[in-house]
Design a protein around this ligand. Sequence first.
Ligand code: FAD
Length: 393
Amino acid sequence: TRLTAWADSQQFAAEVEQKLGTSAAVVTQFLGRSGRAYDATVGTFLHKSLHKAGTYFSPETLKAVAALPSLGLTGTMHARHEKAFANDPRLVQLFDRYATYNGSDPYQAPATLSLIPHLEHGIGAFYPEGGIYAIAQSLHRLGEEFGVKFRFNEPVREILTAGDLITGLRTDQDIYDFGLVVSNMDVVPTYRKLLPQQPAPERTLGQPRSSSALIFYWGIGREFPELDLHNIFFSADYKAEFDAIFQQKTVADDVTVYVNITSKKTPADAPAGQENWFVMVNVPHDEGQDWAALTAKTRRIVLAKLSRTLGVDLEPLIRAEKTWTPPGIAADTSSFGGALYGSSSNNALAAFLRHPNFSGRLPGLYFCGGSVHPGGGIPLCLLSAKIVADLIS
Ligand SMILES: Cc1cc2nc3c(=O)[nH]c(=O)nc-3n(C[C@H](O)[C@H](O)[C@H](O)COP(=O)(O)OP(=O)(O)OC[C@H]3O[C@@H](n4cnc5c(N)ncnc54)[C@H](O)[C@@H]3O)c2cc1C
C-alpha cells in the first residue's frame, strides 16, 4: 500500500478513506481529539518547569488537570489506535509511528503521546531553508547580536563549585569564573564527567533511555520521481520491530526505513540528476552491542527492502556513503548511549521523572537539552532553553 500523509488534515483523511478504507470522519475526529489534548496540556507540560510549585497554581494547569481523564495516562498509544481504527492495522501502524518521534515504543508509551500527530496535521511541518543546521546558525547569530561570546572546539572538562556555589568552568585552555552555568550536555555525562565530586540523582539518571538510530548517508546516482522529501517504508511486523529495539536491544529482521531527500525541496543539495538520501532505522541505544555486525545486517535488510519496493537494484547506485551508529552519535554529541531523545516516554510518569531544568542542590546550575524536561527532539530542546531563560530571569 502506498499512502501520502498530507499535512492538511482533510486531504489526509480523504486519502486514508480512499487507500485504506477507514472513513475520513473517523480520522478527522481522531485528529480533532489529538488537537484538543495538545491545546489542554502544551502550556503546562512543555512550556514550564514541572518542578516549580508555581507551575501548579495557574489557570493553564487547571485546564490540563481537567483534561487528564481524556489524555490516556493508563492505556498505551497502540491500544488507543487499535480502538480508534479497529479494522485497519495499517492505519494503526502509521499512528503508532509517532511514538518514535521521541524515541519511544507505542506498545508501552502512554496514549497521551497520541497528541503528536496534531503537530503535523494540525499545526503543520516547517522546512528550515539551509537545513536543520540553519537553526543552530540562527541561534548563533542571535546570540552574537546580544553580545554572547562563543568559544568553539573547547570542551568543558569540569563545572567548578565551592560548597553549594557554582564558581565557574574548566576547559583544557583556561578556567572561567561564572556564578551561573547552564549545561546543554546530556545530564548523565554532566554529572559523571563534569561534576564527579557531586552526588548524582541516580534514580533520575537511571530512567530507561530512548532509542537511537543507524543512519546511512547515501549519494544516489539517479532520481526517483516516485519519492518525496519524507518517505517511510514500514516493516511487516511492528510489534516484533519494537520488541527487538526495547526488549532484545537488537535490530529486527524486518525494519521500518525512513528516507529523507532534501534535494526534493532544495535541488542544489545534490548534483543534477542525483539525490542525497538520509536513510534512518530506529535501533536501541548503545549497550555494547556488536555494532559492526548490526550495521552490516541493517544495511543488507534496507538495501533489499528498498530495492524490492522501488523495483531497482539500489546498491550499484550508491555514489558516496557515510554511516552514523549509536556509539558514533554518543562520541560526537555526548548523548549517553547515543540515545536520540534522552530518556524514553515508555511510562505514564516519564514527564515527571526527567531531570528538572535546574539543580536542587547547587543554586546557579541549570540544564537544557534533550535529556532534561520537557524531553528530546529539537522543538522540545529549544523549549527547555526557553524554560531555563524564564527560570533565570
Ligand atoms: C540522526 C538523528 C536524527 C534525528 N531526527 C530528529 C528529527 O527529525 N526531529 C527532531 O526533533 N529531533 C531529531 N533528532 C533528535 C534531536 O537531534 C536531539 O533530540 C537534539 O538535538 C538534542 O539536543 P541537545 O541540545 O540536547 O543535544 P545536541 O544537539 O547533541 O547538542 C549538544 C551540544 O553540546 C556539545 N557538548 C557536549 N558536551 C560538551 C562539553 N563538555 N563541552 C562543550 N560542549 C559540549 C555537543 O558537541 C553538542 O554540540 C535526531 C537526532 C539524530 C542523531
